[in-house]
Every structure is written in C-alpha cells, then in structure tokens.
Design a binder for this molecule. Structure first.
Ligand SMILES: Cc1ncc(COP(=O)(O)O)c(C=O)c1O
Ligand SMILES: [Zn+2]
Length: 405
C-alpha cells in the first residue's frame, strides 16, 4: 500500500544529526532548527504530477510531501490552492508585463499562516501534544489558535500589544490563553520560552518545531503546479522569520529531486522594511547570519522581526538561487497598497504591498528584466489591517445630497 506520507526523518542542517519524526522534537541539540526529510527516491516511482492533478484543491493534495502519517490526524479548514493572479495593469505601470500575485489572503484565517498552522497542528496532534505555546506577530497566533481548537489542543499565545487588533480577537474567540506584551515578538519569545521550560509545553515558536515550514512549503509546490511545472524567474517574499521563503526553497528542491521541475530555480527575493532589515544587512555584507536589529519598526507588522532563528537558511536560499535581499521605503508601503487596490481591485496586506514595492524597485534598478515572469506573495488580507488606510469620508445630513465628481 502507498503510504500517506513519505516522511523519513528529521535532520539538522548545521551538525547533520538525525531524529525520528515519530517523537516530539524541537531544536537540535546544537540549537539549530530541524528540517524534515522524505524518501524522494521511492516517491519518484510512485507519484507523478498527473496523479496530483485530480485531487482536491487544498494543500493536502501534496500529502506525500507532508509529515502527517495518518490521514485521521489531518486538521483542515480547506486551506491552500490560493489564486495565482495576473496583475496586468500594475505590471504595465511597473514595466513587468508578466507580473503575478499569489494571493494568500484567500485562505482560512485570512493569512498564509493557515498553512503552517494546518500542518503544524495536525502533526502536533499526531504526536500527542495537548498544550502548545508560541510568540507571534499576530497572524500566526490567530491561525494556530483556531486550528488548535479544532484539534482539541490548548494554545497559549503571546503577541506585541501593537499587533493587528483583529488577530487578538481571532485568538480570543478560539478560546486561546492570550497575553499582550509591551514590546516586540523577541520579548514575547523570551516570556514564552520561560513558561515552556517551567511547564513542559510544546514549543510552537517559528522553527522551534519542524513542521510549520512544511505547511508553508506548499506555497512553492502550488506556484510550480499553477505554472504547469515551468517556474517563474523571480519570487518575492515579505521576510520576517523567513519561514515561507525557506519553505518555498525547500519545496522547489524537493520537486527538482523528484524530476517534476527542471532548470534553474527562480531567484528568491527576501523583502524587508527599511527600519527592520537584518537579513538585508547580512546579505549586503555577504554574511551567513544576521545580527539583532535594534528598535525595529514597520507598518508591515508581520515582518517586524529583529532577529530570525532561521536567518542562515533564508540567506542560503537567497545565495543559492542568485536572489537578493531588499529593504523598501517605509513611507511608500501604503502608497503601493493603494495602487494595487486601485489598479487591480485587491486589498492586500502591507507585507504584501512591500513585495510589490520591492518588485518595482528591482525593475527600476534593472535587476528584474522586462520579459521576466515575476511572482509577488501577498501574505494576507488588507481587511485585517483597517488602520493602514487613513481616510476622511463626508458625512451627510439625512436630507443631504452628493457633489458631482
Ligand atoms: C502577513 C504576514 N506576512 C509575512 C509574515 C512573515 O512571515 P515569515 O515568518 O514566514 O517570514 C508574517 C508573519 O507574521 C505575516 O503575518
Ligand atoms: Zn544540530
């Protein structure tokens, strides 16, 4: 019988130590995140792109490349296979005629964090986890709270008090144990870390459990499938912890090993904001790791991460694909968000707007060529951040009238 998952083991990208996926593991003994390996040699003989084609349009269509071994443990709200949309008017304006948006707003919980939560929570359930804890910039906490309640797992979440307000409500309505901290995600991380140590909770922090990245990896699988296994030239990703970028890179390498894609991988671009750009600084200095970015701030709240635990993996993905890292102007993000809505009818999140702004800059600099196919990731709904739009609307008297424009 074909196994549901072809997961083989966990491995450390730093010291190469291996672990079993049948036990709970967090970081490697050496402190590095662990990654999931699959038996791709065997899978190659048993699965083809044709087999996947007729499956349900959600991320579990790639279950062989996901870590959940028993389908009974799948916790799903129908996440995945989000739209890949051509952006003709915006593309024309930016001189990138083949500009696309992968729209992660169209997914349960309104952000791509649903992918990591679906796979991470499903695997936690499979491993017998009853209680988990995590720091978050909002969207991940919301997604993990909601998926955890569906899985009967208790979630404890700590987020900065400045995180998007709606994400608090999502955690609260799901019944999570929620705390706000007067600080950044790094401060939330320290507080959660102490509770985890004291109470023996499962640590669901970014890259401290190996499975969230497997969920996010499906963005890469979907982009490849949606382009009929002919890859775009450039993929831009708003990078905080960088899990999505690491995941896309991992997905593309797995597809290459399976022989489903050929040729050079797309150039991966890590997009950050000018006041929180540790990965960009490291890339400019050709370093393998980043340094803590003090006093970081940006309206694109999800990418306000001053030091990412997986920074070396993000940088590796960027270097190995001849990609780049770019910091965008803070005061142009909202302007770009407005342009996308006015030209293309999509109200995207500020993190997504940062990726379009980066595409615009890279085209101006000639790093992106006119004929190249470019995919910008919109990681969430603009609707989740109502305060980024500052408007004055006329209020009419009951018997008022309109002014012709
Ligand atoms: C909307 C949005 N975009 C991007 C990110 C950054 O994600 P990653 O940790 O994969 O870099 C986040 C993280 O909170 C987010 O909420
Ligand atoms: Zn190690």
């Amino acid at each position: 019988m074909m196994p549901f998952s072809y997961v083989s083991h966990l491995y450390c990208p730093k010291c190469k130590k291996e672990y079993s996926p049948k036990e709970k593991h967090q970081l490697c003994e050496c402190g590095s995140p662990l990654l999931v390996a699959y038996d791709l040699e065997r899978l190659k003989d048993n699965l083809s792109p044709e087999d996947v084609k007729s499956r349900e349009p959600n991320l579990w269509r790639y279950h062989e490349l996901l870590p959940v071994e028993d389908p009974k443990n799948v916790i799903s709200l129908g996440e995945g296979m989000t739209p890949l949309i051509k952006m003709p008017k915006l593309g024309k304006e930016m001189d990138i005629p083949n500009l696309y948006m992968k729209d992660e707003g169209i997914i349960p919980t309104g952000s791509f964090k649903a992918r990591g939560a679906a796979v991470g929570v499903s695997k936690a359930k499979e491993l017998g986890v009853e209680q988990l804890a995590m720091p978050t910039n909002g969207n991940a906490g919301a997604a993990w709270s909601l998926y955890s309640s569906r899985a009967d797992i208790k979630a404890t979440v700590v987020m900065p008090k400045d995180a998007p307000v709606i994400t608090r409500n999502e955690c609260a309505v799901a019944g999570a144990d929620l705390y706000l901290v007067d600080g950044l995600i790094s401060d939330a991380g320290k507080i959660v870390g102490e509770a985890i140590k004291a109470w023996g909770l499962y640590d669901a922090s970014t890259l401290k459990e190996p499975y969230r990245i497997e969920g996010k990896k499906t963005m890469g699988l979907e982009i490849a499938e949606q382009f009929s296994w002919n890859l775009p030239d450039v993929i831009l990703y708003p990078t905080g912890g960088g899990v999505g970028l690491i995941g896309i890179y991992k997905a593309l390498n797995e597809l290459k090993e399976l022989g489903w894609i050929k040729g050079d991988l797309p150039r991966l671009v890590a997009v950050q904001a000018e006041n929180c750009a540790p990965i960009v600084k490291a890339w400019n200095e050709r370093k393998q790791e980043s340094e803590f970015w003090p006093d970081s701030s940006t309206i694109a709240f999800g990418i306000n991460v001053p030091k990412a635990i997986g920074d070396f993996l993000v940088l590796e993905a960027v270097y190995n694909t001849n990609g780049c890292a770019i910091a965008v102007d803070e005061d142009k993000i909202v302007e770009e968000q407005k342009k996308v809505a006015q030209l293309e009818g999509s109200f995207i999140c500020p993190e997504g707007a940062a990726t379009f702004l980066a595409a615009r800059r890279l085209r101006e600099e000639g790093w992106i060529k006119e004929n190249e196919t470019v995919v910008a990731l919109n990681t969430g709904l603009g609707v989740k951040y109502p305060n980024t739009v500052d408007i004055e609307v006329p209020i009419l008297e009951r018997n008022g009238s309109l002014t012709k424009k």
